[in-house]
Design a protein around this ligand. Structure first.
Ligand SMILES: *Cc1c(COP(=O)(O)O)cnc(C)c1O
Length: 949
C-alpha cells in the first residue's frame, strides 16, 4: 500500500473500518453495496480517463511549476480589479485558517456568532461608505450585483403607480464592459429594455423606470451623480450607482444624493485579484426595499436570556419558501471574502483607509502633472485614481509591454492608468519614463508625492464613516489576531466536528489543495491581463474543464458561473439560446419536480421561463405519469426539465432514463442539478443518464471550502449541441462560437479557487475519485443502519439502500412537543452541527456524512442522535422545560448559581462521555428569530439603540 496516496488522507474510514461497516449493514463487499444502490442501466462501463494521481508533495511541486507560467506584472488596468495588499495577519488567521474557511452558511446562529459578527461589520462598513440604510452580506461580483440592482428596481417599479408597465432601464456608457454584458444577459429574459447612453445628454424621459451609473466611470472621470440623481428623482426614475468602494473614502456617499441602490466590489479591501475572483460584492439600498434585497442580511436580535445575538434575517431561506416568486436566486455568496474585506476595514480603520485613499489619489495626481509636463493631454477633470491620456495608444502599448507594464487601451487614442495601493514612487517614475520614451523626451524624476485635490468640490466626501468602536480598536497585529480568534472560537467548523449537511457535501478541504491560493503568482494576475501572462492559469483552467467534461460525460465545460445557482441560470440561458438558434423562440416551459431545490424555480424565472411543477410519488420519486402528461400537454412550448440526481430525497431513481427520454421526445432539453454529483463521480454521470447540461458545485463535490457561505464555483458542463452557446466575456474571448453574453464579471469566474478542485482531481485520480464516491455511499448507509430503531429513514432505493445522503423523519416527535429545530439545537450541546433542516421535506433532517468522515466520528454522531431520541421519548407536550427545548446550553447557564431546570447540569452540557474531551460551547442561547425580523437592525449599533420597539 502506498501510504502517501492522497486518497488515504481524503477518505475517512480505514480499510478495517470499511470492512466492519460493510458487515454492519449486511453486505459482503463495497461492490455489492454499490450494486444494490445504483441501478444497473446507468452504471458506467469504463472508468474515468484521467491522469495518474499525484501525492500531495508531487502536486505542490507541480502547481508551483505552473505558477511560474503566470507573469505577475505591474498592472494598472483597473476596470474593477486592482492590485492590493492583503494584511498578513488576515491571510494567516482567516484565509489560511480552517476555523474560518470550513464553516457553513450561518443558519445555526448559536454556533456561528463569530462569522455573523464579521458580516455585520461588513454590512456596517458598506452602509457607512455608501450612505445607505441597509446592506446585505455580500453578492457574487460587482456585475451580478448591478444586475440584481436592475432587477430590484424593476420589481419595485410596480409600486410606483406612474411606472406600471414601464420597462426601460438606462445604463451609462461609462459602465464597466463586463457589467454591461451581464446586464444584457439579465435584462432581456425578464422583459427589461436596456438603453445605453451618455448620462450628460440623457433626457429623463418618463419611459424609464431606472438607471445605472458607474462612479467613477470606467475611464476614471468622476460622474456627477448628484445632478443626475436629482433630475432622475424628479422624473420618478430610480437610480443605482456602481461605486468603487475605496474611492468612497474620498467621494461623497451616493446615499447622500438620494441613490436607491449602491453596488460594487470589495476586492480592493485586501483581496487578491486571483485572475478574476473570488471577491465579495456589496449591495446597499433603502430600508423601504428590505424585502426585495437579494442575498443574505445579518440582523441583530436577542437570545432566550435577552442577550444580544446575531442571525440571518428576513428572507433567509427565501428560495425555498417563495420558489418561483423569489426576488433572486442567490444562495451561496462570498462570505469568506466579505469577512476578509471587513477585517481589512477593522484593521485599518477610518484613518488608515483615508491614508491609503489619499496616497493613491496623490500619486495619480503627481503622475498626471508629470505627464502633462511631458506634453500629454490628461482629460479627466475630476478623478480618484484613474487617468485618461489621449495619445497614440499603440506607441505607448509597445513600450509599456517591453517594460513589462500593463496599462489599459480602450481605443486607438486612449490610454488609462489606474493607480492602486501597491503603487510606489518608484513605480510612478517608471510609468513616467514609459511616456517620456514615447514622446522622445527626457524623463521627469519625482521624489515625493504632492498633496492633490482633483475631485470636484460638489462630490468631495464630508460625511464620517466607520465611527463604530470595532473599526477603531484593533489596529495592532496582536489586537487584530486576538479579535479574529475570539470570533473564530464562537463558530463550529469542520476542524471541530463533522457537519453532516445533506445536499451541501461538507467534505475535507485538504491543506495541499488550499496552500497555493496564498501564492503571489496565483493571486496577482488581473483577469484582463494579456493571455500570455496567464499561461499557468490557462493551463489549469483548461485541464479542469477537461476533467469535469470527462467526469460528467459531456462535451465541454464553462467555469464562469460563480455559484451553483448562477450555474443553473447559465445552463438555462444556454438551453434558451439553443432553442432560439433553431427558431424555437416560444419554448419557455420549464418542468420542475416539487422536490427541487428552491434555486431551481428562482433561476428558471430569471431566465424568463414559466415554471410547471410536477408531482412526486409517496416513495419520493418523480411521478412519471404526471411528468409525461405535463410534457405532452406542453410539448409545443417545452423548453426543459430541471432534475436533481440522485433526487433530493437521496434516491437513485431507476426511471431516470425514461424521464430524460420523455423530455427529449417532447422537444425539451434536460437540465441536471449536479449538487449531488458526489454520489455519481466515477460510477455514473449526467451524460450517461441522458441529460444535456448540468451545473456542478465545486464547493460541494470538488473540495472548495464553504467559507461560511461562499465562495463557490458552479461550472456548467454541456452536451455537444449546446457547446456553441457557452457564456462569453466582452474583453477576453471565452465560451462558444455563438456565446451568450456574460454570466459573471470575470472571463473564468472565480479562477483562484478553481485551483482547489484541480488539485483535488489531480491528487485523487480516477480510482481515488471513484473510491470516494463509493465510501460516501457506504458512510451514508452505515449511518442509516445505525439510526435504525431510533429514526425512520424516508425513501430508499429499490433495494432498500440510501444514496450518499438520507432523510430522517422527525415529524412524529410533535407528539412529545418536539420540533426538528429542537433536535438541531440540542445537537450543539453534543458538539455537532445539525444536518439540513426541513429540506426537501418539512419536519425532517437530511444527513450527508461524505467520504471524509471516519467511522469513529460517525459513531459519535450516531450516539448523539440516539441519545437525543431517548431525550425525546422522555419529553412531554405539556411541559416545555426540558433539555431539548432549552437547548443549546451556554457556559453562562451551566455555571450560573441558579439552576431551575428539571435535569442536571451534567445532562445538559456533557450528555455523553466523549463530549468531555472536546466541548464546544455555543456562545448564545437560542436566538429569537421573530423578534429580529420585527426590529430589523443590520449594522453595528450601540446596544442601547435597540430596545423593545
Ligand atoms: C447547493 C445547491 C444549489 C445551489 O448552489 P449555490 O452554490 O448555493 O447557489 C442548488 N441545488 C441544490 C440541490 C443544492 O444542493
Amino acid at each position: 500500500m502506498n501510504t502517501k496516496a492522497f486518497a488515504l488522507r481524503h477518505i475517512g474510514p480505514r480499510e478495517d473500518d470499511q470492512n466492519l461497516m460493510l458487515k454492519t449493514i449486511g453486505v459482503d463487499s463495497l461492490d455489492q453495496l454499490i450494486y444494490e444502490t445504483i441501478p444497473d442501466d446507468i452504471r458506467l462501463k469504463n472508468g474515468l480517463n484521467l491522469d495518474e494521481p499525484m501525492t500531495e508533495h508531487e502536486y505542490l511541486l507541480h502547481i508551483h511549476d505552473l505558477s511560474k507560467l503566470n507573469k505577475a506584472r505591474k498592472t494598472y488596468i483597473g476596470l474593477g480589479y486592482h492590485p492590493t495588499v492583503m494584511p498578513a495577519v488576515i491571510q494567516r488567521n482567516i484565509l489560511e485558517n480552517p476555523g474560518w474557511y470550513t464553516a457553513y452558511t450561518p443558519y445555526q446562529a448559536e454556533i456561528a456568532q463569530g462569522r455573523l459578527e464579521a458580516l455585520l461589520n461588513f454590512q456596517t462598513m458598506v452602509i457607512d461608505l455608501t450612505g445607505m440604510e441597509i446592506a446585505n452580506a455580500s453578492l457574487l461580483d460587482e456585475s451580478t450585483a448591478a444586475a440584481e440592482a436592475m432587477s430590484l428596481l424593476f420589481a419595485v417599479r410596480e409600486r410606483s403607480q406612474k411606472k406600471a408597465g414601464v420597462n426601460k432601464f438606462f445604463v451609462s456608457e461609462n459602465t464597466l464592459p463586463q457589467t454591461l454584458s451581464l446586464l444584457q444577459t439579465r435584462s432581456a429574459p425578464i422583459g427589461v429594455e436596456l438603453v445605453v447612453g451618455n448620462e450628460d445628454t440623457f433626457d429623463f424621459s418618463k419611459e424609464f423606470f431606472g438607471a445605472l451609473l458607474q462612479y467613477p466611470g470606467k475611464d476614471g472621470q468622476i460622474t456627477d451623480i448628484k445632478t443626475f440623481i436629482n433630475k432622475a428623482n424628479n422624473a420618478d426614475i430610480k437610480v443605482a450607482v456602481a461605486a468603487d468602494i475605496l474611492s468612497l473614502v474620498k467621494l461623497e456617499a451616493p446615499g447622500k444624493f438620494g441613490a436607491d441602490v449602491v453596488v460594487g466590489t470589495t476586492q480592493r479591501f485586501g483581496i487578491p485579484m486571483g485572475y478574476g475572483g473570488p471577491h465579495a460584492a456589496f449591495f446597499a439600498t433603502k430600508e423601504a426595499y428590505k424585502r426585495d434585497l437579494p442575498g443574505r442580511i445579518i440582523g441583530v436580535t436577542k437570545d432566550a436570556n435577552g442577550n444580544r445575538a446575531l442571525r440571518m434575517a428576513l428572507q433567509t431561506r427565501e428560495q425555498h419558501i417563495k420558489r418561483d416568486r423569489a426576488t433572486s436566486n442567490i444562495c451561496t455568496a462570498q462570505v469568506l471574502l466579505a469577512v476578509m474585506a471587513s477585517m481589512y476595514a477593522v484593521y485599518h480603520g477610518p484613518k488608515g483607509l483615508k491614508f491609503i485613499a489619499n496616497k493613491i489619489h496623490n500619486k495619480a495626481a503627481t503622475l498626471a502633472n508629470a505627464l502633462t509636463k511631458l506634453g500629454y493631454e490628461q482629460v479627466n477633470t475630476s478623478y480618484f485614481d484613474t487617468l485618461q491620456i489621449k495619445t497614440k495608444a499603440k506607441k505607448i502599448k509597445k513600450i509599456a509591454s517591453e517594460k513589462k507594464v500593463n496599462l489599459h487601451y480602450p481605443d486607438k487614442k486612449t490610454v488609462t492608468i489606474s493607480i492602486n495601493e501597491t503603487t510606489a514612487i518608484r513605480d510612478i517614475n517608471y510609468l513616467i519614463s514609459i511616456f517620456a520614451e514615447a514622446a522622445q523626451k527626457e524623463t521627469i524624476e519625482i521624489s515625493s508625492v504632492e498633496e492633490a485635490h482633483n475631485i470636484e468640490q460638489s462630490v468631495q466626501r464630508n460625511t464620517e464613516f466607520l465611527t463604530d468602536t470595532v473599526f477603531n480598536t484593533y489596529h495592532s497585529e496582536t489586537e487584530l489576531m486576538r479579535y479574529i480568534k475570539s470570533l473564530e472560537r464562537k463558530d463550529l467548523s469542520l476542524n471541530h466536528s463533522m457537519i453532516p449537511l445533506g445536499s451541501c457535501t461538507m467534505k475535507l478541504n485538504a491543506a495541499a489543495e488550499l496552500l497555493p491560493l496564498s501564492w503571489f503568482k496565483w493571486g496577482n494576475i488581473h483577469p484582463f491581463a494579456p493571455l500570455k501572462q496567464a499561461k499557468g492559469y490557462l493551463t489549469v483552467l483548461k485541464e479542469l474543464e477537461d476533467q469535469l467534461t470527462e467526469i460528467t460525460g459531456f462535451a465541454a465545460t464553462s467555469l464562469q458561473p460563480n455559484s451553483g445557482a448562477q450555474g443553473e441560470f447559465a445552463g438555462l440561458m444556454v438551453i434558451k439560446a439553443y432553442h432560439e438558434s433553431r427558431g424555437d423562440h416560444h419554448r419557455n416551459i420549464c418542468l420542475i419536480p416539487s422536490s427541487a431545490h428552491g434555486t431551481n424555480p428562482a433561476s428558471a424565472v430569471m431566465a424568463g421561463m414559466k415554471v410547471v411543477v410536477t408531482k412526486s410519488t409517496d416513495e419520493g420519486n418523480i411521478d412519471v405519469d404526471d411528468l409525461r402528461e405535463k410534457a405532452e400537454l406542453h410539448k409545443d412550448n417545452l423548453s426543459c426539465i430541471m432534475v436533481t440526481y440522485p433526487s433530493t430525497h437521496g434516491v437513485y431513481e431507476s426511471a431516470i432514463k425514461e424521464i430524460t427520454k420523455i423530455i427529449h421526445d417532447n422537444g425539451g432539453q434536460v437540465y441536471m442539478d449536479g449538487a449531488n454529483m458526489n454520489a455519481q463521480v466515477g460510477l455514473t454521470n449526467p451524460g450517461n443518464i441522458g441529460a444535456d447540461v448540468c451545473h456542478l458545485n465545486l464547493h460541494k463535490t470538488f473540495a472548495i471550502p464553504h467559507g461560511g457561505g461562499g465562495p463557490g464555483v458552479g461550472p456548467i458542463c454541456v452536451a455537444k449541441q449546446l457547446v456553441p452557446f457557452l457564456p462569453g466575456n466582452p474583453i477576453v474571448k471565452t465560451g462558444g462560437d455563438k456565446a451568450i453574453t456574460a454570466i459573471s464579471a470575470a472571463p473564468f469566474g472565480s479562477a483562484l479557487v478553481c485551483l482547489i478542485s484541480y488539485g483535488y482531481i489531480k491528487m485523487l485520480g480516477a480510482e481515488g475519485l471513484t473510491q470516494a464516491t463509493k465510501i460516501a455511499i457506504l458512510n451514508a448507509n452505515y449511518i442509516k443502519h445505525r439510526l435504525q430503531g431510533s429514526f425512520d429513514t424516508l425513501y430508499s432505493g429499490e433495494r432498500g439502500r440510501a444514496a450518499h445522503e438520507m432523510i430522517v423523519d422527525c415529524r412524529a416527535f410533535k407528539e412529545h412537543g418536539i420540533e426538528v429545530s429542537d433536535i438541531a439545537k440540542r445537537l450543539m450541546d453534543y458538539g455537532f452541527h445539525a444536518p439540513t433542516v426541513s429540506f426537501p421535506v418539512a419536519g425532517t433532517l437530511m444527513i450527508e456524512p461524505t467520504e471524509s468522515e471516519s467511522k469513529a466520528e460517525m459513531d459519535r454522531f450516531c450516539d448523539a442522535m440516539i441519545s437525543i431520541k431517548k431525550e425525546i421519548d422522555q419529553a412531554s407536550k405539556d411541559d416545555t422545560n426540558n433539555v431539548l427545548k432549552n437547548a443549546p446550553h451556554t457556559l453562562e447557564m451551566i455555571t450560573n448559581d441558579e439552576w431551575h431546570f428539571p435535569y442536571t447540569r451534567q445532562e445538559a452540557a456533557f450528555p455523553l462521555e466523549y463530549v468531555k474531551d472536546n466541548k464546544f460551547w455555543p456562545s448564545v442561547r437560542r436566538v429569537d428569530d421573530a423578534y429580529g425580523d420585527r426590529n430589523l437592525i443590520c449594522s453595528c449599533t450601540p446596544i442601547e439603540a435597540y430596545g423593545e420597539a
